[in-house]
Design a protein around this ligand. Structure first.
Ligand SMILES: [Zn+2]
Ligand SMILES: [Zn+2]
Length: 210
């Protein structure tokens, strides 16, 4: 009943040998023909370009990223959109330089609502179209234009907002020893140089005298 050009409903579930799932760059919201209050949940795949951080390239995994898109038609001829996915960036830890793959959970929303107070310049012959369809230049979300969602741009921006300034192999990465450059994650807490006596020695001596 619905012609959805950008949506291959089975692509998300199928992963054949050597075949990647279909990727969705843009999605035609209007093609869903949702009525006011109606919603639709879609599982899609989006290709997200690598991030360039601190001179290093951090590809996004998995490739492409499975995403869940919830679309609701609002009463005001607009859309309420929710996008959720998990993705990780792969590259060197910015503290210890070992391979890192920090994972991020993205859950973002967009509302794309026609600005009904504005009189839009409707071309002759197109009268009424802007009201009935989701269309045209009245939508306010930067990712929705003419009823088409730029899923790829939205997913990338949303992930970018989740990425911290420091990409670490783990939140408590101990980094490198400032004295000898040893990886302190491997060297352990006992890695010390002369000037810093290990506090556990003090504790041990206390025990002995109890
Ligand atoms: Zn690290
Ligand atoms: Zn050291």
């Amino acid at each position: 009943m619905i012609a959805v050009s950008a949506w291959a409903p089975h692509a998300a579930a199928v992963k054949l040998d050597g075949m990647s799932p279909l990727r969705t760059d843009t999605f035609d919201l209007g093609g869903l023909r949702l009525t006011s209050g109606e919603g639709r949940r879609l599982d899609l795949h989006v290709a997200i370009e690598p991030f360039s951080l601190a001179g290093e390239s951090y590809p996004v995994r998995p490739e492409p990223v499975p995403v869940r898109l919830d679309i609701s038609r609002t009463t005001g001829d607009g859309y309420a959109l929710r996008l959720r996915f998990d993705a990780s960036l792969t590259g060197p830890c910015m503290r210890c330089l070992e391979p890192a793959e920090p994972q991020f959970t993205v859950d973002v929303r967009e509302v794309s609502q026609p600005t009904d107070h504005r009189v839009s310049p409707v071309a002759p012959g197109a009268r009424g179209r802007a009201k009935r369809e989701d269309s045209d230049d009245e939508l306010t979300s930067p990712y929705v234009e003419d009823g088409v969602l730029n899923l790829r741009a939205w997913a990338r921006d949303a992930l970018a907002l989740s990425v911290p300034a420091n990409l670490l192999c783990r939140p408590d990465c101990a980094g490198l020893c400032p004295v000898c450059g040893a990886n302190l994650n491997d060297a352990g807490a006992e890695h010390q140089h002369e000037q810093a006596p290990d506090p556990r020695w003090a504790a041990l001596s206390e025990l002995r005298f109890e």
